[in-house]
Design a protein around this ligand. Structure first.
Ligand code: SAM
Length: 235
């Protein structure tokens, strides 16, 4: 995908990008491919594919939330920074926290943050279950792309959302997981407010973005420990 094609795709989603932001994405791509030689971050290393399947795909989250408003965001299981860091580049006014349980990925994120001189971005090396215990009701928006099954994902992500805020899950297909998440939604006091089903341009693979609204404070018992979640998932 050429620069022009990428910009046109963003325009269709009402996303504006300037030359500085585009160069930041190019630098991010170079760092990703270089770091990927020693630490496994992604199977996608072709430039056109990274721009489509990581950068553009990350930005499809704007279908459900307006990031132009100053927001406090947390990206759980961010990996190499998707969607969180891409959002930060396009919406620099946001305050971003990136959580991942693998330290080698956190080190890569720190390198990108310092190389691109991004401000108000914090990296946390932790399991979301542990981070969630001490950071409840902290964020306006929590995102997670391709992290885990929805019933478990809700328990990892909803506790850190403010009451009235949203959790956004980015997946390929999600119908089956939505069906198995009724109990998790009820226990965690969220309602499914938006569901966007679409295809990624050019390659037509399916995508589903779910936006859950948090209606009440999370009960004290959530999130439970990783072993409890595994033993008794909220199905
Ligand atoms: N969100 C990124 C993306 O879309 O490219 C990464 C997806 S990768 C398949 C899943 C990531 O979630 C990995 O980086 C993994 O270390 C992280 N992860 C898995 N379980 C986690 C947990 N309980 N707490 C924090 N991070 C977790």
């Amino acid at each position: 995908m050429t620069k022009k094609e990428f910009i046109l795709l963003l325009e269709k989603e009402n996303i504006k990008i300037d030359d500085h932001q585009f160069s930041q994405l190019e630098k991010y791509f170079e760092l990703l491919v270089d770091y990927n030689k020693k630490v496994n971050l992604t199977a996608i290393t072709n430039k056109e594919e990274v721009f489509l399947k990581h950068f553009f795909d990350s930005l499809t989250v704007t279908k459900v939330v307006d990031f132009n408003q100053k927001q406090k965001i947390c990206d759980v299981g961010t990996g190499a920074g998707f969607p969180g860091l891409v959002l930060k580049i396009l919406y620099p006014e946001t305050e971003l926290t990136l959580v991942d349980s693998l330290n080698k990925r956190i080190k890569f994120l720190d390198l990108v943050i310092s190389s691109l001189k991004l401000k108000n971005v914090y990296t946390i090396h932790s399991r979301a279950e542990d981070y969630g215990k001490n950071n409840k009701e902290k964020f306006d928006v929590v995102t997670a792309r391709a992290v885990t099954q929805l019933p478990k994902l809700l328990e990892l992500c909803v506790p850190i959302v403010k009451v009235g805020g949203v959790f956004i899950s980015m997946k390929a297909d999600a119908e089956e997981e939505i069906r198995s998440s009724k109990r998790a939604m009820s226990e965690l006091k969220v309602s499914l407010e938006k569901k966007e089903v679409f295809s990624l341009p050019k390659e037509n693979s399916s995508r589903t973005i779910l936006m859950f609204r948090k209606n009440e404070k999370t009960k004290k018992e959530f999130p439970r420990s990783p072993s409890e979640i595994k033993k008794q998932p909220l199905h």
